[in-house]
Design a protein around this ligand. Sequence first.
Ligand code: PMP
Ligand code: GLU
Length: 394
Amino acid sequence: MVTERIKNITPSATCELEGTVAELEAAGVHVIGLNAGEPDFRTPDNIVEACDRAIAEGKTKYVSITGIPELKRAICAKLEKDNGVHYEPNCIAISTGAKQALYNGIMTVVEPGDEVIIPIPAWVSYVEMVKLAQGVPVLCDLAEDYQLDLAEIEKSITPKTKAIIINTPNNPTGGVYTEESLRALADLAVKHDFFIISDEVYEKLIYNGKKHFCVASVSPEVRDRTILINGFSKAYAMTGWRIGYSATTPELCKGISDLQGHTTSNSTTFVQWAALEALTGQQETVEYMRTKFVERREYLYKRLAAMPGIECQSVDGAFYLFPDVSSYFGKSWGKWEIKTSTDLCAYLLDEAHLAVVPGDAFYAPKKIRIAYSNSLENIREGMDAREAALAKLK
Ligand code: PMP
Ligand code: GLU
């Protein structure tokens, strides 16, 4: 019998849809996948070669739970240089993906009954992770322009507030939080004594001259109440390698290590050597991929702006656009009656063989998420198919 704890989980809509697309492809259906938050690029050669070298050199054994010292030092150097925040290696825990780093961080600070504020729209896994820690997710709306709404956050704070989870650049909205709003959030965290769990996995994917601001850089005091999460999946096209990390106080890092020591132990040893090359080797490929995302973003935005009944904000980060499609609710075609974003996405998959993620999964029922991490050709094909399918709905 499955436990209540597990029964209580809403499965990951993003991961499940990926499975559905794979099944359809295996059955011979050509699906245009604008669903997955995954760069379509190959992992850069220098990283793959570093992995091959590590295996050939026998770097295939257990290492310290939180990772190899070389990578921890490189992460400290990166956080200092890119983010202006100082950490010692005993503050760094390398995990199996940013996903595990997040889960470990939440498990380490959230007691049963503690409240965790989650601005919505939000990525699918935060609420479920908080529930698994027996915490209480407190959902609070982002502003209309996908920025933090400090007044809403302040209203959500109670004596039970233990943490807030923020994500900038944001999945699913693509929004990039301003430095000013992050400084104001840091003030609130100090004043009301809560942690900031700051998911920065899309840090390198920013456009239009906007800059990423790391909340932990506000002051040592704010750093010490932040669990900073980052990884390699998005910037280095390393989704399948499963490596990410957290940076926080030595005390919390020890907690994260103790948990990881009984679950997965160290993340794959030779992958850590590859990640070291990712951080310390050439960075031109990161910029190359970013410029490709710029092109794709502009194209997708133009196509969406030209579609009747679609309202889409222009945002500056990650690789998602998150248009409002609610003008299609109440329309129908054949057996299809569109009442929700989930219905619309099911219709688009069936009719247009286009996979996109319903806003319902991100607590934004009027929206759908379109990822432009796929090729320009696929985005073009996807938008053509989508336009034709939407035109049938009356
Ligand atoms: N945070 C966000 C906002 C994400 O979109 C994802 C999805 N990959 C993750 C964390 C997890 O990343 P990783 O692949 O490093 O586990
Ligand atoms: N984060 C990506 C997405 O939102 C990958 C799937 C997942 O881990 O949720 O599509």
